[in-house]
Every structure is written in C-alpha cells, then in structure tokens.
Design a protein around this ligand. Structure first.
Ligand SMILES: [Zn+2]
Ligand SMILES: [Zn+2]
Length: 496
C-alpha cells in the first residue's frame, strides 16, 4: 500500500488495525486524528489530514473493542507492535488462565483476586530471604517469564498476550544481518525525525542553521559534514550528455529499466504477485496489490531518486579529486558496478553507430524507449540496483552505500535539509520502484530467455503466477516471496 500516510502507519491484518509506527501500538480509527495531532508526533496539519483520509478509506478496519478479539497467545510476534521481553505468564491453571502482565506486583494481585492464592495476600514483594526460602522449598511455579505484546496501551484491547516464538535466540546487537532496506528505511525515519526537531529548534533560537551544524546533530556528520553543499547537489544532478557519457547512458538505461518494470507489473504480473510485492510484514496480507503508475511518463519521474543514487555512486567512484562522502561497496556491488559502467560505455558507442538504423526500426513511433525489449544496459542497471538491496553483513549504518546516497538526497540547495515533509515522498518512491524491480527481476529470472520468448508462454505465466511449467525453475510467486523476504519485508530479523 502506497501513499505518504504509510510513512506513519502500518496495518495489521488479523485483527485489522492501524498501528502508529512511532508509538508501536494500534490506534482506533476514530482516534487517528487526535493521536497524530499531539506534540509527540510533530506532524504538519496536512500530513495528519492525509493519514486520516487514508485510514477512512481502508476497508474492513476493526472499529472498536466490541469487534476486537484479543488472542490469548500468538505464534509469531506482530512486527509493528512493541515486543516486551519482561512478560509474566500465570501458571496456576495454565490450561484455563492465560493471564500475562509485566510486573510482579500486578501478577500477585491477579493471583490473589482470580486464583485466591492466599500466600499472595500479603502486600509488597517478598524479601530476598523469603524468596530464597520459597525457591529452595520447591514451591510450585506461579508464573514464568514470557515475551508478550498488546494492541493498545490502555483501556479495552490493552490486554497482553504471549508471543510463543520470539526471536530470543538471535543476536540482538548491531552486527546481526539486517535486510539493508529495512535498515535504510528505519534509519532514515529516525534521522528525519531528529533533523526536523533540530531544525525547528535552531530556527526558533535564531542561530546559525547552516547544513554542517545540524547535519552533525542529526548524526549525518560521519558522511556529510565538511562537504560542500554544491558538490553534493552536483553529484546527484542529471548528467550532462556531452561530458558524462556513461552516466548519461545509465540515466537513460534506468528509464528504460523502470519502464520495462512498469510494463511487466501492468501487463504480466497477476494479482497474487502484486499482492506479494506490497507486503511489508511476513504474516501480512495487504488490501491493495501493487499498482502501476497511471501515467507511464510518471514512471520516469518517480524513478528519479534511484537514478540520482546511481549518479551519486558514479560520480563518487569515478571522480577522484574532491572530498566526498565515505561509503564502501561490497565485492558483489563493485563487480556489478563495473559491469554496468562497461555496458553504459558500449551502449553509448552503439547509439552513435546505429542511431539512424534504430530510428527506422522504431517505425516512427517517436522515442518510445519503453517499446524496446530489455537490453543489456537496462539489465545491468537492474542487476546493480539489486545488489544495493541485497541482504548483507552491515558493520555500521554508514558502510551502506544506499543509506549514504539517501543522505545526500536529503540535502537542499539552500544548505538546509529536506526535512520531515520532503523526505518521506523520496523514500516512498524509492520503495515503490524497488517493488517494481522485484517483479521485473522475477520475470527475467523465471521467464523464458528474452531471445526466444513466445507470447503464449508469457500470457500463460501471467495468468497462473504460481504454477510452474517446469519443475526445475522456481515459480514467480516463490521468487517474489524470496526477494520480498530478503530485503523488503520489515521485521524479518525480529522486533526492532
Ligand atoms: Zn503514535
Ligand atoms: Zn491466572
């Protein structure tokens, strides 16, 4: 599901609830406006309006507590709800009572009131000595520690429930493997929030607000502080055809590639695939499948942030003389970049050689690049973009070129920061195009060779989605699911 509102909310599927990403708890539909208007969220009136409208248009939401069934336990955590590791589960009558709370005092109260357990009548915690005596005396266990969650922070619906399979066993430090996309989105969200708060404060105080100062406060300094704003803006600008031939070709190759993606999404991908491609949580079913853009021209416009990221990489790699943001490319990324650069070079040569011939072949349809079959350059673009998204071992957030590039996209010409209103649209375009790429990659990987593609094969594929015609190749749905799990789904590595 798309739209700026989804930078602030997520949807649960069962029960159907809207969750505030910042607070990590659900909000009743009728309370959405009030919830987001408070100072904690620091959103513009317009943004809140967008969220309210979006929620109003969502079908089938649980409206109030009379419609809400709080489970006694769930197998897997809801990734958008806060995960509490300090839960206590009543063990007096485990088959009948599933009571969960988070403090011993509240548990004792429950034991007294519900189970009439006399030894908990006394107020207060037992002393260390009493506790020791109880433990060594082999008292039956009254409660156990569990991981738990709840939908709402108060009133109805705030009952805790146990999460049976938490990710307790996984490493919880920063060196775990994180889907790079999750990480980028999460970090950017944080930074934008901090930066926006900082900007407001600085302006209010009437003090200096040049980019360096508050980039530093916002935590970007490792990358961007001390770098010239003009240079940063230059390195994400549209390339010059005469002087930057490879970049110019890559820019156009990206246009070709996203238009091929759009075409595939609209013409070949079935409903199942498009639903799969908008999933943001592992257990979730979204209400609306991935949509192509209404206007095919809009595709090119929406691909701009991606193109800018590639320009950023190109210029920081190929130009040596200026002080530039630091990032590292992984081996796989370097290889794909080299390949892309070469493909761009030879594509440029080709355009010079066969310019006339090609315009004949196009049959006078105008530039219509989207009508051409996928070419080597657009394939190289797709391959390289994919390496940016892949799951990888991330040492620090700043090692990641995608995050670094996104930081640069946040720099404004006036020397300020794009801020909380300007940034989410950039991210949402990045994400939507990334979803397009997942589908496109899937079809290219699964589909017949471009050279021998028959239209029959294609149409049968688009209609079935999940039925492989030959057993050796994974079907499209499996591939999309694999990629979505790898880098698009949030929370696949446990609660953040
Ligand atoms: Zn909230
Ligand atoms: Zn109980």
């Amino acid at each position: 599901m798309e739209g700026p509102a989804f930078n602030y909310i997520e949807l649960l599927n069962d029960p159907s609830l809207v969750v505030c990403k910042q607070c990590q708890h659900a909000i009743w539909p009728k309370e959405v406006s009030r919830h987001f208007h408070d100072a904690e969220h620091d959103l513009s009136r317009e943004t809140v309006g967008q969220i309210v409208t979006t929620v109003e248009e969502l079908p089938g939401l649980t409206q109030d507590s009379t419609q809400l069934n709080v489970p006694v336990a769930v197998e897997r955590a809801f990734t958008s709800l806060r995960l509490r590791r300090d839960g206590l589960l009543c063990q007096i009558e485990p088959a009948r009572c599933h009571y969960v709370c988070t403090t011993e005092d509240v548990m004792r109260k429950h034991l007294r009131q519900v189970h009439r357990a006399s030894r908990y009548r006394r107020k207060g915690r037992p002393t260390k000595r009493q506790q020791k005596r109880q433990e060594t005396a082999g008292d039956p266990v009254s409660w156990i520690s569990v991981v738990c969650q709840r939908f709402f922070p108060s009133r109805q619906g705030s009952r805790y429930f146990q999460v049976r399979r938490s990710d307790e066993g996984r490493p919880r430090t920063a060196d775990r493997i994180v889907p790079v996309w999750n990480q980028a989105v999460q970090i950017m969200g944080e930074k934008v929030k901090q930066a926006a708060a900082e900007q407001q404060r600085v302006i209010a105080e009437g003090s200096a607000r040049e980019v360096n100062q508050w980039l530093e406060r916002a935590g970007w300094h490792k990358y961007l502080v001390g770098l010239e704003v003009d240079k940063l803006l230059d390195c994400v600008a549209e390339p010059d055809e005469e002087t930057e031939r490879e970049l110019w070709m890559i820019w156009r190759g990206m246009d070709d590639m996203v238009q091929e993606c759009q075409k595939t999404v609209v013409e070949r991908a079935g409903l199942h695939l498009r639903f799969e491609a908008v999933r943001t949580e592992q257990q979730q079913t979204r209400y609306t499948p991935l949509q192509g853009y209404m206007d095919r021209k809009a595709v090119v416009k929406h691909a701009r942030p991606w193109k800018q990221i590639l320009m950023f990489i190109g210029r920081t790699r190929e130009e040596r003389e200026w002080r530039k943001p630091k990032y590292k490319l992984k081996k796989e990324q370097k290889k794909a970049w080299k390949h892309l650069w070469r493909a761009a070079g030879s594509a440029y040569m080709r355009t010079q050689e066969v310019l006339d011939k090609e315009s004949d072949e196009d049959g006078g349809e105008g530039p219509a690049q989207d009508e051409r079959p996928p070419n080597a350059l657009s394939q190289a673009c797709l391959t390289f973009c994919f390496t940016l998204l892949r799951k990888q071992y991330v040492q620090t957030e700043y090692d990641n070129v995608l995050i670094c590039g996104l930081a640069v996209l946040g720099v404004r010409a006036s020397g300020g920061w794009t801020g909380a209103d300007g940034y989410p649209p950039i991210l949402s375009k990045m994400i939507k195009i990334a979803r397009f790429m997942v589908i496109e990659q899937t079809f290219r990987e699964r589909g017949p060779d471009i050279s021998d593609s028959s239209s029959d094969d294609r149409s049968s594929e688009s209609n079935t989605d999940s039925e492989p015609e030959d057993q050796d190749r994974p079907d499209c749905l499996t591939l999309v699911r694999k990629y979505m799990n790898e880098f698009m789904i949030r929370g696949t590595n446990g609660a953040m």
